[in-house]
Design a protein around this ligand. Structure first.
Ligand code: F6P
Length: 314
């Protein structure tokens, strides 16, 4: 049979159908679908900025917002239209934005375009979303009901979890998100490591841990984009991503609410773990929007090994 839409309609499971079959409740399904669709609009914006790279300055003659800010505008507007979101907290906003009338079910956190500084290098970048059923100023474990991320790479892919496993979808030529992998599970132990932070700025115990991984033959896989780096650990079924405490910034670099909580939620659903070196990321209480945390996330073996190294002699 030749290629065509009929192949998709016959064999593909699209996002809405998969969520329905997985028993995700209706409003949450509609919200996740709306966010996935928003990824298409953000991707269009990225393409527009590529026209700038290609020498088309100010294509539409309008004053162009930075890509992060336009992605944030797009996300905020789409979430508002959905009618399911009470409050929106974004990496691009100084304060929580009230989107609804106060009766809507969900509180959403967004890093609308993580790694946007990589756009000119044509490396993959992404969108990270957390969905909470109550105030975000809580522990992720108590407030989160779902998380998702979208990668804008050679393909656009989306991974979501609504607490019933982690599933990957690929955006096809017809603009549908079709299921590519359901119930992704990490191996107990992987073979890649993705270490953020300069070694000279890291504490000694963390350096010892990295040396251990290297002696064990782990392969270095760090792109500088949190979404593709985590996606690699997930899709390759294991390994570790870390952005540790640094001597000058003991809270590390990555943001708890916008980056770490959603990825911790997804990786846990895939059988992995995420800690700040001591405590699980989803047990850390969120006190403010800007809160940062060291992170060790991935397969159980490597993350527990990191915790052993960090605890040694203390
Ligand atoms: O927080 C933004 C971010 O670009 C992440 O996507 C990424 O993991 C990290 O910072 C990279 O930091 P660095 O440039 O220090 O390696």
């Amino acid at each position: 049979m030749g290629e065509g839409i009929s192949d998709y309609t016959r064999f593909a499971v699209d996002l809405r159908r998969q969520m329905w079959m997985a028993g995700v409740e209706e409003e949450l399904r509609r919200l996740i679908w709306q966010i996935a669709v928003t990824g298409k609009y953000i991707s269009a914006k990225i393409h527009e900025s590529n026209r700038k790279l290609a020498g088309f300055k100010n294509v539409y003659g309008e004053e162009q917002l930075s890509l992060d800010r336009s992605s944030d505008e797009i996300m905020k507007n789409q979430l508002q239209f959905s009618g399911f979101v009470r409050e929106y907290a974004s990496e691009e906003q100084d304060a929580v934005v009230m989107l609804g009338k106060g009766r809507e079910k969900y509180f959403v956190t967004a890093d609308p375009l993580d790694g946007s500084s990589l756009v000119d290098t044509n490396l993959a970048i992404g969108t990270i979303i957390g969905i909470h059923k109550e105030s975000i100023f809580s522990r992720g474990r108590d407030s989160m009901v779902a998380a998702l991320y979208i990668t804008y790479g050679p393909l656009i892919t989306m991974v979501y979890s609504a607490g019933k496993g982690a599933h990957e979808f690929v955006l096809n030529r017809e603009g549908e998100y079709v299921l590519s992998q359901e119930h992704i599970m990490l191996e107990e132990r992987g073979s890649i490591y993705s270490p953020g932070g300069l070694r000279k700025d890291c504490i000694e115990k963390h350096v010892r841990f990295l040396e251990y991984l290297e002696a064990e033959g782990y392969k270095l896989r760090y792109s500088g984009g949190f979404v593709p780096d985590i996606n690699q650990v997930l899709i390759k079924r294991g390994g570790i991503f870390t952005y540790p405490a640094l001597k000058k910034s003991p809270r590390g670099k990555l943001r708890l609410l916008f980056e770490l909580q959603p990825m911790a939620f997804i990786i846990e659903q895939a059988g992995g773990i995420a800690t700040d070196g001591k405590e699980e990321i989803l047990s850390v209480r969120v006190e403010d929007l800007e809160q940062r945390c060291p992170i060790y996330i991935g397969s159980r073996f490597e993350v527990e090994k990191a915790m052993e190294f960090l605890a040694a002699g203390s």
